[in-house]
Design a protein around this ligand. Sequence first.
Ligand code: ASP
Length: 491
Amino acid sequence: MNEQQSISAEPTSRFALHWQILIGMTVGAAIGLLLNLSLSTTAVTISEAIPEHLSTVELRDSTNTITITTFTHDNVKTVYEIGGKLDTKYADLQSFKADQPSLHAVFESHGQSWARLIGNLCKRLGGLFLRMLQMVAVPLIVTSLTVGVMGLGKAERLGRMFRRTMLYYICTSFLAIVTGLIMVNLIQPGVGTGLNSQSPVAYATASSSLSEILLGQLETLIPTNPIRSLAEGDFLSIISFTIAFAIFALMIGGKTATTISNFAQAGFDVMMKMTMAIIALAPLGVMLLMLFVTATHGSAVFSSLAWYMLAVFLALVVHACITLPLILKFVAGRNPWEFAKAMSPALLTAFSSASSNGTLPLTMASIEQRAGVRNQTSSFVLPLGATINMDGTALYEVIAVLFIAQLIGIDLTLADQLVVALTALLASIGAAGIPHAGLVMMVIVLQAVDLPVEKQGLIIAVDRILDMCRTSVNVWSDSCGCAVIDALDDD
Ligand code: ASP
């Protein structure tokens, strides 16, 4: 990796990058909140460009509740409420869109407040930053992993690294789950809330069973068409094919191995340089994404879910600020604070984007260029971690499912809680590193202990905020794992 340090493109400016990103984040949040407080309410009545069977549609937007009232030609009135209360039928616009696409379109074109319009525009613009990261992700993984595996020199070294990595993933996910279990049993966020109302419309949920998902993951390890996997950005397939390719190149050795190695190294240098240039845009990207979240999210529903959010938040804090730093300090021998500072571009981007896959290029660039971890380790541990190691998600699944059980007054026995813990671990392995993936996978955990799947709709309204927090913890755990494996690999 030392060769790489010379190509670092990190801008030299008066403020360190992590400060710039923090400032971007704060400014975005402040502007978003101002918009939310001042320009988030509108009311319009329209009678043109609406579905034929209706005579009038009244649209009322506020970040807390959207009310859409329709009148038919015979004056039959129907009211749709979106968000605001936990017992509302639609927790958010996405679930409303799934149920009432034409009315959703009417709302989108005529009923949005300025705060929502500006927020959504910022989401699109911030999305450009995420698209840049997605653009570099696949070539970066392929070239970096090829360089990394060929640098290891021997398949046995890779095998040893694989075993250690898996051990780290399982141990930390287990510790995260235990933290979640303790927190949810201590705080008992769902007890005594008196919420036994109708269930909101839930997201389209993962329909397959747990075994299906795990078998699916296994199958993905053997892509039938590697080119298609590359085109579709299927990380697991890409990782396994690239490793196989590099190992066989090593086995052939001689000129073939040298050519491939040189080619991969050249590609990797270019991709890393590109990623470092994109890092410079992180303060702006993070600002836009934060502005979107704060401008468009109402706070009404937060109060009813405050204890639940607190339980998730505290458990994440314990895992991220106590458990992982202890491992980092005593196993990897690193100063957790310095390491967190080096990783901050990735951690803060993970927070604002809620996507560990999207953040991956920044995680790879930060760990190599800022934290000094060898490419041989990071090229392997990080892409795999972004796909299967999700401590934050596992912890969140446990708390959310036990919260739902408490909410509807079902007392889960210790054995049930163990089933929840195990399925949460597997669900976190199966979850993709994209926004809301944990929520979608939760259905598997709910089914495992016979809880009503639709009740999951109750927690959709606050999922984005929790997703941001758990994604940062997912990326933090991958990064700490990388430092640990790097320290243990003394060759
Ligand atoms: N958004 C998370 C991630 O990308 C996954 C989740 O929804 O828990 O890591």
